[in-house]
Design a protein around this ligand. Structure first.
Ligand SMILES: Nc1nc2c(ncn2[C@@H]2O[C@H](COP(=O)(O)OP(=O)(O)O)[C@@H](O)[C@H]2O)c(=O)[nH]1
Ligand SMILES: [Mg+2]
Length: 376
């Protein structure tokens, strides 16, 4: 503290990453209860703030370290897991790609794309380097890899039967980069005002977040005048997510690999810990066909068939679009000019009240609908 004898005052700022680490340690030491709830909320806000600052700094730094992957096909899936869980083996098994498989860590150094075809959908699957603990903070190529998952339509988290302990680590790294899996955007609206302080309105009871903490968190982000409307039971984390706008909400599936290596009893134990959506052996091809179906349904596709006026529909090749798509999305996928030239559509199938019902661009289609476009 006092090196007065030296006659110079050295003010050394603690690096941001160290500040984050210190706060994280503090968090891990604090047990969550009614008394600590407020403090924990504020510490979390501080960490989020520092991460944002750190990110902003990183962007101005070294160039050319990020991956650029051009998206193709109907959707993009990223394989995420520790090194050697079998990502490359799986890519080779379910796509047309030829990715190097190695028995040692860090074989995959670049992003290798493959295409998986299933039920007429062309799904791009990306094999990225494995991540480890600390990836979000920059360990290994972690930051770049996690950047790729931000662009994914679905994240396939792969876990090795011998390392169920890696699973929470992966989830935590994903969380730390601002990607929220299998969550919806919280039903919270913050409208900044020029005066009047913070007006907090709630339509639900929030057991994990009282008004003082809400104020404290918002103050941390320098929001002092705003109307806050909360219509869902949220946590401090979710409030911070709403304030920090760069969050991404993606779905994911969890795949347990290498089940050929352990017996039923062991497998049951691991399944209890990881709760995977599906168990496979990428190497032996066990359940890999089923996995294709799991990926397909995880992406929530639907098939819509085209019909020309006065002709029967083409039931051979459907147009693949994400579920809850509108006639507008469907038209755009067919041709870039179709939305501009659209007059009306006729619909047959689950979304039609009667066969051949007339509909406009905003109409939401359902799986296996037939759509007849009338274009000017
Ligand atoms: N027994 C067994 N070995 C596997 C399986 N999947 C991958 N491996 C092996 O695990 C090692 C690492 O695989 P790799 O695909 O390179 O892992 P990556 O680092 O995640 O891409 C290789 O020796 C693979 O042959 C599996 O399902 N069963
Ligand atoms: Mg690999």
């Amino acid at each position: 503290m006092s090196h007065k004898a030296q006659n110079v005052e050295v003010v050394k700022k603690t690096p941001i990453t160290d500040q984050i680490k210190e706060l994280e340690i503090e968090l891990s030491k604090t047990k969550y209860n009614k008394k600590t709830q407020h403090h924990i909320g504020l510490v979390k806000a501080k960490i989020a703030k520092l991460r944002e600052k750190n990110e902003a700094r990183g962007k101005g730094g070294a160039k050319g370290t990020g991956y650029s992957v051009s998206k193709s096909g109907d959707a993009t899936v990223v394989l995420l897991g520790f090194p050697s869980v079998g990502k490359s083996t799986l890519l080779n098994q379910i796509t047309n790609a030829d990715s190097p498989v190695g028995s040692y860590a860090f074989t995959t150094l670049t992003v290798i794309p493959g295409v998986m075809e299933h039920k007429h959908a062309k799904i791009q699957i990306l094999d990225v380097p494995g991540i480890v603990k600390g990836a979000a903070a920059g360990t290994g190529r972690g930051k770049e890899v996690l950047q790729v998952i931000r662009t994914a339509d679905l994240i396939l988290v792969m876990v090795d039967v011998f390392h169920p302990d890696h699973y929470p680590v992966i989830l935590n790294e994903v969380w730390n980069t601002g990607v929220r899996i299998n969550q919806r955007y919280p039903d919270v609206r913050i409208t900044k005002t020029s005066r009047g302080g913070l007006q907090i309105g709630k339509t639900v009871y929030l057991p994990d977040l009282n008004d003082t903490t809400i104020r404290g968190i918002l103050r941390e982000f320098k929001i002092v005048n705003a109307q806050v409307l909360i219509r869902e039971r949220i946590t401090a984390d979710q409030l911070i997510d709403v304030v920090q706008k760069n969050r991404i909400y993606t779905s994911s599936i969890t795949v347990l690999n290498k089940i050929d290596m352990i017996d039923e009893k062991e497998l049951a134990k691991v399944k209890k810990k990881v709760k995977p959506d599906i168990c496979i052996s990428a190497d032996k091809g066990v359940n890999t066909e089923e996995l294709k179906e799991t990926i397909f349904s995880g992406l929530e596709f639907m098939r819509v068939y085209c019909k020309d006026p006065g002709k029967p529909p083409d039931m051979d090749v459907p147009v693949i679009i994400r579920r809850k798509s509108s006639i507008e999305d469907f038209s755009r996928k067919l041709h870039k000019d179709f939305v501009k030239k659209f007059r009306f559509a006729r619909i047959w199938g689950k979304s039609a009240k009667f066969p051949g019902q007339k509909q406009s661009l905003k109409h939401i289609l359902k799986d296996e609908d037939v759509c007849e476009l009338h274009i000017s």
